[in-house]
Design a protein around this ligand. Sequence first.
Ligand SMILES: [Zn+2]
Ligand SMILES: [Zn+2]
Length: 295
Amino acid sequence: MLATTSLLVLFVLLLTNCKPKSDSDEDTLLLLAVAASRICANSAYTGTTVVASTATLDTNTDCITGMTSSMSADLPAWIRNNFKCAVGSVSGSNYVFRSQNIPNNKSYYFGSTSPRYEALGSGQKAAGTNQISSQCLVYTIPSSPAAKSGTLTGTQSGYASVGITVNGLAIFNNAAAAPDTLSTEAQTFDQYNGHPQNSGVYHHHSQPLNISNNTSALIGVLIDGFPLYGQKCDNNTASTADDTIPTVDSNHGHTAATLLFPSGIYHYHYGSDATAGIPTLIGSYFYGTPGTVSN
Ligand SMILES: [Zn+2]
Ligand SMILES: [Zn+2]
């Protein structure tokens, strides 16, 4: 029993060292993902473990069958009304999201025998033999985000994910495993701009195309608590005719009023990124102080 507990602690410690940018050198994580699916992808939190080869979509929840999709009543409306395919709750001064991290879009990376399989787009090539698998990502995100003073925290500081999309998926930063750049890695994205790394963690560096296609839609929240939008800003009007691509700072963000935050809030936008060579969901630094993520 003691040995088992020690192993679990070791797994957790190692997992926190998972670097979103390292998509191709994570042999240890392969073992860890298997362990994680045994430890925490259970009905108490994220629902039954999803097997990619038999996954189907639950048309009532618009999430993969068997996954729990619930947002607690004490969460603010902007989360409660927009997030799904994860379990959201409030804990003290944090929001907590638990996600099994299986996409509700089809993907090449479910494997060719899966009902959720879809061929890659033309010109795309597979990321090795990587396939999507169940995770147990736990995000603890400050509910009162604030600008960080002094040196900003890098998004490449070993996070298992740097944010969660409105459909419960991991957001990765603007870097790829060296010597690749994201512009090279983008050739392995599926038809929804996502792909899994070696241990099956499906993620988006770029715009999730089943959420936003160069629109002002809410894409998710980053782990510093600030919301993430598509390429355009809704400018606090329901009309999309006046949605424009805003001028953003080096962290991909700006402060402005939006429909969900009429009093104004700092928020990120999907946009051009010099480091990545392609537009990405986040730059190299967080504007606020990041919370924590484990898997
Ligand atoms: Zn990646
Ligand atoms: Zn904006």
